[in-house]
Design a binder for this molecule. Structure first.
Ligand code: PEP
Ligand code: MN
Length: 346
């Protein structure tokens, strides 16, 4: 529920609303806005009797949020959330961000070379996994913590921001210490205890859609993060499992405008996992930007045929460079622009 205060309501009137909400046994979140202040009421599972709040001085109206993903919904917050990252990079505003890099971090040379390649092409975020969720326990599982050191070195050298996946609560601690964005992967989208830890880690979260998750389930998982006080959440469409095995997943482009309508959170697209096929990544990345995605995540490797994971969907450096050229034109055609890399290491 949202308690919208009158324009010019005093701090005491807002405080009174907060105390009544707390007396009623719920939590309150005051949300000062440019036009007016609202106070959110959370902690309820069902409709709340608003009669005590409606009559309080300074209260203009009480809005019952109809969606189960309350704080994530547009009803809660009509204007888009713009996640602010280091170096002035934003996700969810006018800028479109590109995050790119190898699926797995493998060696120092591979990480640094990948960082240089993706920066040169125009990515602002280096993304690569130190821990990889693999279907087989015998497949390469990632370098673990030493991988984070390589990412730190790449950031120092290039100025790229860092996004990498945390697979468990310890991982959230390590990743949030060094990375700019903590990724929660598709397989963990409904690992609710992990989401609670991630919601408290103090860093922006990239939450990927589960392999067979509905859009509502994705939004409810994001609600776990917001319920812990973390509003810096970026969603990611990465395809869902389908009956058709022609591509690795069914890349659900429709999810982008659907999420934008239902939620104020930004959503980026991952056509690499969404299609699983290098030659399909490029058209779907272009289409995602045209559909309004706030960014793209693309797997790029200096030598994709030698990649220890996901080589078949990984772009060659020159393909990524060409894709970025095209993405700039598409973004401009819809009134947006591609976030440019910082000058560090240039
Ligand atoms: C990844 O992004 O590295 C990954 C493993 O993707 P997903 O969680 O979407 O399968
Ligand atoms: Mn991958």
């Amino acid at each position: 529920m949202l308690i919208v205060m009158r324009h010019g309501a005093t701090a005491d009137e807002v405080q009174k609303v907060v105390s009544v909400i707390e007396e009623m046994g719920y939590q309150s979140t005051p949300m000062p806005g440019a036009q007016r202040t609202a106070v959110g009421l959370v902690g309820n599972d069902g409709r709340v009797d608003a009669s005590r709040l409606e009559g309080l001085p300074g209260v203009q109206e009480v809005i019952h949020v109809s969606k189960p993903y309350k704080q994530v919904s547009r009803e809660w917050r009509p204007e888009p959330t713009v996640v602010k990252l280091a170096g002035g990079v934003t996700v969810g505003g006018t800028e479109v961000v590109a995050m790119a890099g190898p699926c797995s971090l493998e060696t120092e040379r591979q990480v640094l070379e990948s960082a240089r390649i993706v920066k040169e092409a125009g990515a602002v975020i280096l993304r690569g996994g130190a821990w990889k969720p693999r279907s087989s326990p015998y497949s390469f599982q990632g370098l673990g913590r030493p991988g984070l050191k390589l990412l730190a070195k790449a950031r120092e050298e290039t100025g790229l921001l860092i996004c990498t996946e945390a697979m468990d609560p310890d991982g959230v601690g390590w990743v949030s210490e060094m990375a700019d964005i903590v990724q929660i992967g598709a397989r963990n989208m409904q690992n609710f205890s992990l989401l609670k830890v991630a919601g408290r880690c103090g860093k922006p979260i990239l939450l990927k859609r589960g392999i067979s998750a509905t859009i509502v389930e994705l939004l409810l998982s994001a609600e776990y993060l917001l319920a812990e006080g973390n509003y810096d959440v970026i969603l990611c469409e990465r395809g869902v499992r389908s009956f058709d095995t022609m591509t690795r997943n069914l890349f659900d482009l429709t999810a982008i405008p659907v999420v934008h309508k239902l939620s104020h959170l930004p959503i980026i697209a991952d056509p690499s996992h969404g299609t699983g096929l290098r030659d399909k990544v490029i058209p779907m990345a272009r289409a995602a930007i045209a559909a309004g995605a706030d960014g793209i995540m693309v797997e790029v490797h200096p030598n994709p045929e030698e990649a220890l994971s996901d080589g078949a969907q990984t772009l060659y450096p020159d393909q990524f460079t060409q894709l970025m050229r095209e993405v700039r034109i598409i973004a401009e055609a819809i009134g947006r622009r591609v976030a440019e890399p910082a000058a560090v290491g240039a």
